[in-house]
Design a protein around this ligand. Structure first.
Ligand code: GFB
Length: 320
């Protein structure tokens, strides 16, 4: 059932993360005051008993599952067991207990790495499970596919109004800027910023030829709100299995992204490549027709989003 009244209680799992934080900001800005949150030290979402007790106590009406173990290509490749187990445990507990507690609508967030490595572009929702995955993040992808399928199974078996949203690569204020575990965009902001001091060179991982699509985190939050607000029949017609992509509809080569970030930061020195690091999937541009048909579109351009994120980095990370 769609989110109607501003008094509805909404549980945002993972509210301290990049996406969860943006969803909370967007809900508050839209006038929703009855928000339920827990930090990971207050509630370990991998603990099924604790999650059950939490749902019994709070009985939220709506749930956004933005809690996950996430990271860039190297973190995914280095900690496969953690990425697989933590994500399976978190999402299984939250989705199951939300269903048991009679939650009216649940939005499960994943990533477009659920689609096959060499799937045709742009990636349509129906390409799920049609070919092998990208090896570096297959562990994370398999966990997220299980979450998508669990929501779909609950819809099918019990009529649960649970949907899955798969955003493309995300970035924005609140991102992880740690060079070992981060995604490419925050890594490049940090590397170019630090190279202003050291003089460079800046070292990019891989060949720089893979293409990626980048979505500003406030746009994801607006998509989540849009889906929470969409009437059931429209939502089910647009996304029969309950799966929807979120993206901007255009991508960019990593080396072009590096040039853009260098320009915004003001770095003019050398750029080198570390070819011992993986490239990952060559391309993952998403098809956003389903969400567009429901009336949603991304608003923040890459240039604008990187500028905003660099400002946040200067205030909150570099200046901290
Ligand atoms: O963002 P990223 O780590 O993850 O890397 P994926 C994207 C591309 O940027 C890869 C290159 O081709 C990297 O080799 N790259 C260049 C760098 N320099 C850097 C750098 O300094 N740091 C990083 N991190 N990359 C992740 C998945 O894949 O995307 C996750 O592993 C998830 O599971 C996420 O799906 C959205 O786009 O390759």
């Amino acid at each position: 059932m769609r989110l109607g009244s501003k008094d509805a209680s909404v549980y945002v799992a993972g509210h301290r993360g990049l996406v969860g934080g943006a969803v909370v900001r967007a809900l508050k800005a839209a006038g929703f005051a009855n928000l339920v949150t827990r930090t990971s030290s207050e509630l370990d979402l991998r603990d099924s008993g604790a999650v059950r007790a939490f749902f019994a106590q709070e009985a939220p009406e709506y749930v956004v599952v933005a809690a996950a173990r996430v990271g860039g290509i190297l973190a995914n490749d280095t900690y496969p067991a953690d990425f697989l187990y933590d994500n399976l445990a978190i999402q299984t507990n939250v989705i199951r207990e939300a269903h048991e507690a009679g939650v009216k609508r649940l939005v499960f967030l994943g990533s477009t790495c659920i689609y096959p490595k060499l799937a045709p572009q742009p990636l349509r929702e129906e390409y799920l499970l049609t070919a092998p995955l990208e090896p570096t993040n297959q562990w994370y992808a398999i966990a997220k596919i299980a979450g998508v399928k669990y929501c779909e199974a609950l819809r099918r078996q019990h009529g649960a109004d649970f949907v899955s949203l798969m955003p493309t690569n995300l970035y924005g204020p609140g991102d992880n800027f740690d060079l070992k575990s981060s995604h490419v965009l925050p890594a490049l902001i940090r590397k170019f910023h630090e190279a202003l001091e050291t003089g460079g060179p800046v070292v990019l991982w891989g060949t720089g030829t893979p293409r990626r699509e980048f979505l500003y985190v406030d746009d994801v939050a607006s998509a989540v709100l849009h889906v929470l607000n969409t009437p059931e029949d429209e939502l089910h017609q647009a996304a029969p299995g309950g799966l929807l992509n979120i993206g901007v509809g255009e991508d960019i080569e990593i080396r072009e992204l590096a040039a853009l970030v260098a320009h915004i930061v003001g770095y003019e020195g050398e750029i080198e490549h570390d070819l011992s690091k993986p490239d990952g999937t060559p391309r993952k541009l998403v098809d956003v027709r389903r969400l567009k048909a429901l009336g949603w579109e991304a608003e923040v351009s890459l240039q604008d989003g990187v500028e905003r994120t660099y400002r946040w980095f200067l205030e909150s990370v570099a200046g901290a």
